[in-house]
Design a protein. Structure first.
Length: 312
């Protein structure tokens, strides 16, 4: 917060202070009363607007009120280049989906606002956290665990202190979350499925109470897309989860599949697997005939067997 001083205008009871970013909009524009907000001594007046300015270049001037509007003082230009504490962690690549945030302490700060957003996207965390309650500060370093799950992606983050006034935002850090994702198990990648309603198996995500199974064909058409509850639809044992949704797959199709866990929040999608379907059908002597299942003269017989198939 810079100090502002100017020569006193005789008889002035108020002064309007105007501060704007050099070539930009006003950051301070308001009237301040002599003896209340403005102290004048030895013909020098000093206000206390209590407004912190980010590092930048500014123009400023004042206008007196003596029962009538006085002339604006000549504009002066100044540069704010204050030391700003730095962020510490996370930075680079992290493998924790709920990372701890650390930064250098701002003296006198009782609250900090944490902002985390997807790079080029929207906020995923934006909120105020109280020192001594949510934020621990010791030895000049503050740490916060907001316990907010982040999907594997790249993020920007920063903090802003509150010291009775809004402080300057810290410079942004960028980090990437690359947490390990459990693998799919079966149907295995690149395999051929010969049953119409196969089991789906994957490695368990700790704490997940639901899983979303997504199966689509090679054209992107959804074949299966639904949430299934652990202990009801999904059986998890020994770190492996198994589901049979009972939904028939199309024959002679390339299918892609994945799952997403729900842990009270959306977890990371598992990496895709694909498989082909080659389902059994009804066989007869006519199956490979050039005329197919057409009318034929003569006598013939057919041996009947029951097949499980998704098509007739």
């Amino acid at each position: 917060m810079p100090d502002y001083e100017w020569d006193e205008t005789g008889g002035a009871s108020w002064y309007q202070l105007k501060v704007n970013e050099n070539g930009g909009g006003d950051v301070i524009l308001g009237w301040y009363q002599v003896g209340v907000d403005v102290t004048c001594a030895s013909s020098i007046c000093t206000p206390n607007p209590g407004i912190i300015l980010p590092n930048d270049v500014y123009d400023w001037t004042v206008q007196p009120w003596t029962g009538a509007y006085g002339s604006w003082y000549g504009t002066l230009t100044f540069t704010v280049n204050a030391d700003v504490p730095e962020l510490l962690y996370p930075a680079g690549t992290v493998t924790d989906s709920t990372p701890l945030y650390e930064w250098e302490e701002t003296s006198g700060a009782s609250w900090y606002q944490l902002q985390v957003d997807e790079t080029g996207g929207s906020n995923v965390i934006l909120g105020w956290y109280q020192v001594g309650v949510d934020v621990n500060c010791s030895g000049g370093t503050c740490s916060l665990d907001p316990n907010v799950f982040l999907l594997n992606d790249t993020y920007d983050w920063r903090v802003q202190p509150w010291t009775g006034t809004y402080g300057i935002w810290y410079g942004k850090f960028t980090f990437t979350v690359d947490a390990p994702i459990p693998p799919l198990l079966s149907p295995t990648n690149g395999s051929t499925v010969t049953v119409s309603t196969p089991n789906y198996q994957w490695q368990e995500t700790g704490g997940a109470s639901w899983y979303y199974l997504h199966v689509e064909d090679d054209y992107g058409n959804q074949v299966i897309g639904a949430w299934y509850q652990v202990g009801v639809d999904v059986t998890c044992s020994g770190g492996v989860c198994t589901l049979n949704p009972g939904i028939v797959l199309p024959d002679d199709s390339l299918c892609w599949w994945t799952v997403q866990p729900w842990l009270g929040y959306y977890g990371n999608w598992y990496d895709w697997f694909y498989f082909d379907t080659d389902l059994p059908g009804i066989f007869s002597l006519f199956t490979d005939h050039s005329n197919g299942w057409a009318a034929h003269s003569g006598s013939w017989n057919i041996e009947y067997n029951e097949y499980l198939t998704g098509r007739v």
